[in-house]
Write a protein that binds this ligand. Sequence first.
Ligand code: SF4
Ligand code: SF4
Length: 406
Amino acid sequence: MTTSNSNRPTAAQSCHSMDPDLLASCVHCGFCLEVCPTYKLTGDENNSPRGRLRLWREEADGRIPQDPWTDHYTSECVGCLACESACPANVPYGQIFEQVKHQHVAQKRSRPPISLRFAAGLARHQSLFNLAMLPARLLRKAGILPHRFLFKGEPAAFQSTQAYVSHLMQVHRPTGPRVALLTGCLMESLFREINFATVRVLIENNIQVIVPPDQGCCGAFQEHTGMDGVDQLQEQNRIAFGKLDVDAIVSNSSGCGLALGKTMKGAVPVRDVLGYLGEQKLVTRTRMDQAARVYVDLPCHLVHGQKAAGIPANVLDATGYQWELAPQARDCCGSGGVYNIQKPENAQQILARKSAFLNEAVGTPVILATSNHVCMMQWNSARSTGLVKRPYEVRHVIQLLDPLGS
Ligand code: SF4
Ligand code: SF4
């Protein structure tokens, strides 16, 4: 999926400005239907990639008027991009979907909830976002998890990842390749223990880490909601990352990595940190507890967005755990960026199908591991809402490699 600023319509433009070649590229074969979570949920053709594309094209060609049903079926899409992987005609569904969402918000056909609009505004100012999330960080640190999406963890309340990197680099002085870390807005403000673990793993493997101080939100938040502001965030990150002398920019969130990859357009390679580590000679952890079992789930934005084959097996082996791919590992968990906030009932139904195996999973403890904090939040909700009755832990794979990890 590629999107450039020039592809994003302004508020003044309508559906009729959509590139007709993009919408016409669907050959109606239907290969995408069986991978689409909303089609599998409803059996409704309009709730499939092919159906949505047809509705958008009919409207763009003026054969149907703007219609609440088109708005409804657009809002139902999770944005998982599984249809892109399945499509033999290479329809750039993600690019089209982004344009349509942006148009619908611009035309006031859809309106993100106020909580998301507020959060998107905060995400433009990382220091404000960090401050606003301080109470949530303190609650997590105290083991109090007042929301279904909050998983266990102990984020530093005040020390930033940038300060932590400076300290560890001075202590350990790695001499290997040099990478820049995308710290992310939500990751840094709420789940920064994952950033800290990422830094420890990189440095333990002799990789030099820098954290560009002027980086900002990757813009995925705005893209998911169709809101304005992506262009400014992209420009900020192009300036922050564009002139660095590094081998790669690494991201520990597949959604953020995908968004930053589109921003950088190859000027500096943007890599998923686990894929990058898979190319290094890795320190391997030793586990005394052989009863534990790790079930690995693959984020949509990693396998369908970034088109990665998965999480490298040598990285998973280096965790020292017995591991296997979770059933339906390449299918969407229902998170979809902010889909589980905008469409909670659908998201829970999608998750219910996917998480059912955990009730019968073998292992003590059972660990569900993935590589996107937003997916971790969704997986945690299977526990907190009672979809899964037995205990299990939700972890980022990088935490399983962490020298300070359990
Ligand atoms: S992005 Fe996912 S939910 Fe949306 S149409 Fe494609 S497969 Fe279906
Ligand atoms: S697989 Fe591609 S070409 Fe076929 S119906 Fe789906 S979007 Fe259209």
